[in-house]
Design a protein around this ligand. Structure first.
Ligand code: NOJ
Length: 558
């Protein structure tokens, strides 16, 4: 079945652990999400994507799955899931599940069996290799620091894990593995879910012979991404998955693809519907990474506007008519966008959040809103190591500060504050009561200290809030074909203060102009007083040519 609703939707991402607790254990859950459906319906989103809710030891917050067909008891029961899905469908909303099949948890029964011996039914489900000269089979490093291989004495072999050692990689070369994956996908689709967000799906096809990866200067291990991303059989596997499963249902898919280029993405999202609908690309969110590759993304560099414009515009232009973009600033792996790409200074935060939202939501593609983005939630501004929960932070600290001594603790703490994933994982801020309305007991993770000010209740009480502005952005997209389908042209690529572009569709022109600075600027792209202003983040009007701090204006010109 080929359907295009994925192009017309706005998607809201829920990090279940941190969204809404309903059973007084400090952990968000499915019934909590269910209670908040009216809020999401009022916002106007069409689809919800839930981060993994399956049984998991939570070494990587659910991205280590121990059983694909059962619900993590922290989140509720299968009956709670069915009730949530039913309520969503009755309310006209669709649901995307997170499909994590590059790896499982080491607690999954497939791995528990696989590691026992070389001749059991699951022995070839993972990537096992003999030691080479008594050590790891190649130089690959894990995304979460340390080697990508762990030795298992029972087999006398190493297994591959691109992420934590508790996340062994599945062996996609084995047709039995692929069949098991397709079966579990059908399990959820037969329940009625409307599609999948596919975790690091471009890492599933490993290069033949598993050669060494490029090793940054001074690094102990090789950097796997350039070698493993978009592997030799990826298109084949995705086509098979499409043929065997996806093509039989009316679904939406988005594949998370670190390292992918627009040229890669055109193959995966080609509009004939034989692979996926969209990819999550990383080029704009990887800007400002550290020059010292051993520290990866961790730095406190500010992103320069021309490089940001170039990264986003490249995808807009190259995929037009050939594939389809996903649009995002935030997710559970990224710091909060308003802090990162604009400012969370209280004087400007609300305007800056609206400006960023506008700049992204007026582009071609399907927008994803991450929980809390719609009220302008900010980074947590953590200063101490024990304030972090994420294994990524703790592993890197150990490697870079304690073991290899490549950076001092104070500097690395600044980088963590800027880029840690925990910035996105603090509980949702519903009101100013003691646990922010997220729970009535101490939450599993700390609240952002600014919740008494930045919260949903305050946003709903203020007609000029980020919330109502996002609602308007969503409505405008639903109502205007030029926003959904128009082509894209960047204006003044080198302008380091203003992000301006136009979109054209069937004789209509959309002009989007956003001031990314705290200064007053003037820009003339031919907008006149006669043009219809679709949206603007200031209440009092000024000249159409003038842009106050973080001001954004969108014109519709017929
Ligand atoms: C990407 C997910 O978004 C991230 O949270 C996770 O740690 C890795 N994939 C590994 O599954």
């Amino acid at each position: 079945m080929s359907s295009t609703w994925f192009k017309d939707s706005v998607i809201y991402q829920i990090y279940p652990m941190s969204f809404q607790d309903s059973n007084h254990d400090g952990i968000g859950d499915l019934n909590g999400i269910r209670q908040r459906l009216p809020y999401l319906k009022d916002l106007g989103v069409d689809v919800l994507w839930l981060n993994p809710i399956y049984k998991s030891p939570n070494v990587d917050n659910g991205y280590d799955i121990a059983d694909y067909e059962s619900i993590n008891p922290d989140y509720g029961t299968m009956a709670d899931f069915d009730a949530l899905l039913r309520d969503m469908h009755e309310g006209g909303m669709k649901l995307l599940m997170d499909l994590v099949v590059n790896h499982t948890s080491d607690q999954h029964k497939w791995f528990q069996e696989s590691k026992k011996s070389k001749d059991n039914p699951y022995s070839d489900f993972y990537v096992w290799r003999d030691p080479v000269d008594g050590h790891e089979p190649n130089n690959w490093g894990s995304y979460f620091s340390g080697p990508a291989w762990t030795y298992v004495p029972e087999r006398g072999q190493y297994y591959l894990h691109l992420f934590a050692k508790e996340q062994p990689d599945l062996n996609w070369e084995n047709p039995e593995v692929r069949k098991h994956v397709y079966d579990l996908m059908k399990f959820w689709l037969d329940k009625g879910v409307d599609g999948f967000r596919m975790d690091v799906i471009n890492l599933i096809s490993k290069p033949a012979g598993l050669p060494d990866a490029p090793q940054p200067d001074g690094a102990e291990y090789g950097n796997v991404e350039p070698l493993v991303a978009d592997g030799p059989r990826l298109n084949e596997f995705l086509r098979e998955m499409n043929r065997e499963v996806l093509s039989k249902y009316d679904v939406m898919t988005v594949g998370e693809m670190p390292g992918s280029t627009p040229e890669d993405a055109i193959q995966y999202t080609n509009l004939d519907g034989t692979e996926l609908n969209m990819v999550f690309q990383f080029q704009h969110v990887n800007l400002g990474s550290n020059d010292d590759k051993r520290l990866g993304k961790f730095s406190d560099k500010r992103i320069q506007l021309p490089e940001l414009k170039e990264a986003l515009s490249r995808w807009q232009v190259k995929l037009d008519g050939k594939g389809w973009n996903s649009l995002y600033w935030n997710n559970h792996d990224q710091p909060r966008a308003v802090s990162r790409f604009a400012t969370d200074d209280p004087e400007y935060r609300v305007r800056a959040a609206k400006m960023l939202g506008t700049t992204l939501h007026m582009m071609q593609g399907t927008p994803f809103i991450y929980e809390g983005e719609e009220i302008g939630m900010t980074n947590a501004h953590l200063t101490k190591l024990d304030e972090y929960e994420d294994l990524e932070v703790h592993n890197l600290y150990k490697q870079a500060v304690e073991d290899e001594k490549i950076i001092d603790s104070e500097t690395l703490m600044k980088y963590f504050a800027a880029r840690s994933r925990d910035n996105a994982r603090t509980p949702m801020q519903w009101n100013d009561t003691v646990y922010a309305g997220f729970s009535d007991v101490k939450p599993w993770y700390r609240l952002n200290a600014n919740y008494p000010d930045i919260n949903v209740e305050n946003a709903l009480a203020d007609k000029n809030s980020v919330y109502y502005y996002y609602r308007e952005l969503i409505k405008l997209r639903h109502e205007n074909e030029v926003i959904r389908y128009g082509d894209y042209k960047l204006l003044d690529a080198e302008d380091a203060e203003v992000f301006a572009y136009e979109r054209n569709y069937k004789g209509q022109k959309l002009l989007v102009i956003s001031n990314f600075t705290a200064k007053d600027v003037v820009r003339d792209y031919g907008q006149t007083d006669d043009a219809k202003m679709l949206i603007n983040n200031y209440q009092d009007k000024n000249s159409v040519l003038e842009f106050r701090p973080y001001e954004t204006k969108v014109f519709l010109i017929k």
